[in-house]
Design a protein around this ligand. Structure first.
Ligand SMILES: [Zn+2]
Length: 387
């Protein structure tokens, strides 16, 4: 029997936070051999053992959202159940559920393996570790909570199962709570909503940095760097998703995801003399650029996670991610300059320019531009409707 390390990490319904200001946090243990297997079908009390489609699909999507941005950790998903409370003593000489050989599973539960749920706790991650490595790790969802699956702003007293699942999976992999940067690992359900009014439903660049630091690959045969969007890059209009990738065996492809949806393979192989100079031992590093055009205005206002996932000719995978914060006019595409009239005042402050009463298709906006060193231009960072 492994030494029992039981960690109750909760997404609470409300509360204040007072943690040190840092970037991503790690719990300590990690998965041996950079590989984890999750029996992802949630056990639902009173429901068939094969689960209910809504929770099965949400859990599967939540796992995929991490797997797409994982460089070092191989995340295996098995379509079966495993009791999170297997092998936990029940206090009467028996077990809450029979030993199952260290399987990691998911369940809705009326209690936490025999203990009551803490007030305001949505879900917990129960971890077992020994010698710095997890043996198994499980997720319990509070069965008394009103669960649903939905995108967009959080609803009063209806909790989105999928984003809580994404958060608890972060703990399962070994991530702690993050309180400074935009992250799904914010400790409280509504906090991700409170940072700049952003609404996170999936892992952010900060979350992926934590995961990829915990499962880093030394002397990597494959390196990818997403340069645009960077982290928290304001994005509007037609732009580029671009960066570079180098591999000892050659780069087979660079996949681009936006909000966990595959956009396709990016064109690859443009000149990057700077990368060639920095990576002289990688073949063709001077032809390592990738770039894909994107119309940010087709996306909704707010944050969108972009992942560049490079695969080399030996099947190795490396990822990098960025966060585009979309600011847009009401129309997705302004078809003619005749529809744009600068009718109001211009004011400047530091590296910012504010244009008032910018008329786009006969509707007035206030537009703020700010210098962006990465793109070497003034970017639109704020569009306010004045109608
Ligand atoms: Zn948590």
């Amino acid at each position: 029997m492994n030494k029992l390390a039981r960690v109750l990490l909760a997404g609470a319904i409300s509360g204040t936070i007072a943690f040190p200001v840092q970037s991503y946090q790690l719990i300590g243990p990690r998965w041996r051999d950079n590989e984890v297997t999750i029996n992802y079908i949630p056990i639902v009390p009173g429901a068939p053992l094969q689960g209910l489609t809504i929770w099965n699909n949400a859990m599967s999507d939540a796992i995929d959202s991490w797997a797409q941005g994982s460089s070092g950790l191989k995340i295996n998903k098995v379509s079966s159940t495993a009791s999170p409370c297997a092998g936990i003593a029940d206090g009467n000489g028996g077990f809450v559920a029979p030993h199952d050989g260290d399987l990691s599973g998911v369940s809705f539960a009326n209690d936490v393996c025999g203990d009551s749920w803490n007030e305001g706790t949505l879900a917990v991650n129960v971890q077992f570790s020994s010698g710095g490595f997890y043996s198994n790790s499980d997720i319990l969802f509070n069965n008394a909570v009103n669960w649903d699956v939905y995108s967009g702003p959080i609803k009063t007293n209806i909790f989105d199962f999928k984003r809580v699942a994404v958060h608890e999976l972060g703990h399962l992999f070994g991530l702690g709570h993050e309180t400074e940067n935009l992250a799904i690992m914010q400790p409280f359900y509504d906090d991700a909503n409170n940072i700049d009014d952003m609404n996170m439903e999936r892992p952010t660049p900060d979350d992926f940095e934590g995961l990829n630091a915990l499962y880093s690959v030394s002397n990597s045969p494959l390196v990818v760097n997403l340069e645009e969007p960077s982290t928290n890059q304001y994005s509007s209009g037609v732009g580029n998703i671009r960066g570079w990738a180098v591999a000892q065996s050659g780069v087979a492809e660079v996949e681009i995801f936006i909000d966990n949806v595959l956009q396709g393979n990016s064109p690859y192989g443009s000149f990057r003399t700077d990368v060639g100079n920095n990576y002289p031992s990688y073949p063709n590093a001077d032809r390592s650029g990738f770039s894909m055009t994107v119309n940010w205005s087709e996306l909704s206002n707010g944050p969108h996670v972009v992942i560049a996932r490079a695969i080399d000719n030996l099947g190795n995978i490396a990822t990098d991610s960025g966060l585009a914060i979309v600011e847009k006019f009401e129309t997705n595409f302004v078809s003619s300059e005749a529809l744009v009239k600068l009718a109001g005042s211009v004011s400047t402050s530091g590296d910012e320019i504010t244009l008032d009463d910018v008329m786009i298709d006969s509707k007035p906006y206030r537009v703020k531009l700010k210098w962006n060193t990465a793109s070497q231009q003034f970017d639109i960072v704020n569009i306010i409707n004045l109608f």
